[in-house]
Design a protein around this ligand. Sequence first.
Ligand code: ZN
Length: 291
Amino acid sequence: MRIHHLDCGPARPLGGALMDGISPGAIGRLSCHCLAIETDRHGLVLVDTGLGLRDMARPWLRLPAVNAALLRFRLDPDRTMLRHLRRLGHSPHDVRHIVMTHLDFDHAGGLIDFPNAAVHVMAPEAKAARARRSWLDRIRYRPAQWGDTARWRLYSDRTTERWFGFDAVAELEGLPPEILMVPLPGHSAGHAGVAIEGPRGWMLHAGDAYFSRREVHERLPGCPAGTAAYERFMAWDSRLARANQARLRGLLVEPDASLAVFCTHDPVEYVAMAVWQGNAPAEPRRVASAA
Ligand SMILES: [Zn+2]
């Protein structure tokens, strides 16, 4: 198994350190941290897809206007999952499975770029996304990004399996036991982390269960004010989200829990994980072939 950490929708929001806690000027950085996992027997597996090629080309048609204005994505097709994979020598048809933390527009935009992949998603998330009942659900879920939904594989959150004390869905259809889903609802109705046992031990891609490393990796949790406001704005259930953050903090202080936990949008975590895994995040070079 080989794991690549890829930023598939970098954003440059106004607000500097109010957004990321580190940038000195007016412009902050947020990552869209996705994974491409080369497995021995199950082909190429993605965790989330970030923005897709069509989102980059026509953002005003496909992305929610308020969110896109706040986040200011870098609309560069070279930063999509599809182009990252091409640079790694893979065709989009090599992608057999996509495990989704949730179906928000900034995570599901690339689904349509990988038509041959089964899409694994928690059932409550699929239900909320299809119904788009609330104003927030109509903003966050964009059906034009999904492609054929007959390939969705849905999982109940009523599970008896456990992973480091958390409920877990351990048997994902067609995937090895080293990849499982860990329900962490709150940000959205069926939000889940994705746990992977790789060559360097366990890691948990926590998706948008938190937005800043300070929310789970510090004893006194905090979050830059701008990002905290965006997190509250997008939360399906803030109280549940905070409760799951507290559980993750508890997990990280366990002396026996030797594992890496990271979220989607913290740029420091993204760089740290990419370097630790041995795939330093380089500026993408232009490739001759079109997508
Ligand atoms: Zn997100």
